[in-house]
Ligand binder design. Sequence first.
Ligand SMILES: *Cc1c(COP(=O)(O)O)cnc(C)c1O
Length: 419
Amino acid sequence: MKCKHSNIIKFINRIEEKIKSEFAKHDDIALHNQSKVLTAFTKNNVSEGHLYGSTGYGYNDMGRNTLDKIYAEIFSAEAAIVRGQFVSGTHAISASLNGLLFSNDEIIFATGMPYDTLHKVVGWTSCSKHTLINKGIKPIVIPLNSSKINLDFLVENINEKTKIVYFQKSMGYTSRSALSNKELGEVYKLLKEINEDIIIFVDNCYGEFVEKTEPCDYGADVIAGSLIKNPGGGLAPWGGYIAGKEKYIDQIMDFAVAPGLGKDMGGTKDILRYFYQGVFIAPSIVKQSIQGSILLAAVMKELGFNVSPSFGEPRFDIIQSITLNKKDLLLSFCESIQSASPIDSLAKPIPGDLPGYDSPVIMAAGTFIQGASIELSADGPVKYPYNVYVQGGLTYEHIKVAIIKVLNQMIEHGLININ
Ligand SMILES: *Cc1c(COP(=O)(O)O)cnc(C)c1O
C-alpha cells in the first residue's frame, strides 16, 4: 500500500506529541543560555559602533575587543579571541596546539583519536613539515572504552613531558556518545591533582550552548571551536574562536599572528555584525537543531532503526546518528535531505572518496554558508551498517519538513512502511 503525504504528517505529529517533555528540557537550557549571552552583551555596553569594524592593522578595534570579552564571559574564561582570520575550527585548534607545544613535549588525546581533520595536524596522515610529530612533539592516544575515558591508562601515560591533555566533547563521525561537561570535569580535576601545570585543552566543536555549562566552568584551560557551527548561529560566514587562560591565549596568538603583534591586531571590516548577531541567536538556533534531532530520533526509532542518542537520552552535542543497515536507505536519506535544502536542492549527492576514509562517503548539505554544519546536513560512510550522521538545522520547522520528505521518498521507493 502506498501511503499518502497526510498519513506521514499524522504519523510524525503523533510522535511529536509524545516527546514534548524532551523538548521542554532544551527550552529551559536555551532560556538559560540566552540570558547568559544577553548579560554578556549588556555588561559590555555593546552599541551600534561596535558593529562596524576596522581596516588595516585593526588597532584599537573596539568591536573586536568587546566581542572577545563577550566570548570570554559566555565561556567562563579569562580571555577569548574571535577571529574571521581563522578559517574554521580546525585552524583555531591547530593554531592552539602549535602555539602551546614545543619540541619534546607530549600531548595525550584522552578521548581517543581526535576529529579527522586533526590527523594531518598531528602528522599521522600527512608528511607536511609542519605537523606536530615533525616538530618533535609526541602524541599519545588513549582509546575510549565504550564511550568512557580510560582513566587508568590516561594516568599511566602522564609524565613530566606531558604538556597538554586533549579532550573532544563531540562524537564526531564515530559511534561513541558525546561527553558531558560535568563528566569531563571530573577528569580535569583528577589531572590537576596530579600536575596543575598540565594544560587541559577541549575541542568544543558542536558542544557550545548544548548544556547550561561550558568546559571552562569545570576547569578547562583552553577551548576552541568553529564559527560555522553552533556559536556562529548560522550567520557567521567563517571564523573560529579560542577561549581560556589569558597567558595561554596570548601565547597562542603570538604564534597565530606574530610575536609582538598577537591578539591586538586584525581588521574586522563588515564581519562583526554577523559574529555579534550570530552568537546572540546561537542558543536558540542550537535548541531548534537539537529539538529537530530529537524528533528525527523518535521517528526513526519508531520505524525500527537504532538511533544514537535516543530521543530520551541527554544530549551533549548536536549530532544524531541513525543506523540504516541498507545502502539504499542511506542513499535515499541523503537524497531527501539534499532535496529539502534551501540551496542546491536539485543536486543529487553521490558517494565519493575522501582522504582518510576507507570507504566512499555520501554527503548532503544545501547550506547558505558553505560547509556550515549548524545548518541541516547529513553524511555517512557508504559501508555496513550504513550509519548516517545528521546535524544542524536553522529552524525546527525546516527539520520537520525534511523528515517528512525523508519518509515520503523511502515509502515511495518501497523501502519502509508506516501505519
Ligand atoms: C567540525 C569539527 C572540527 C573541525 O572544525 P571545522 O570548522 O570543520 O574546521 C573539529 N572537531 C570536531 C569535533 C568537529 O566536529
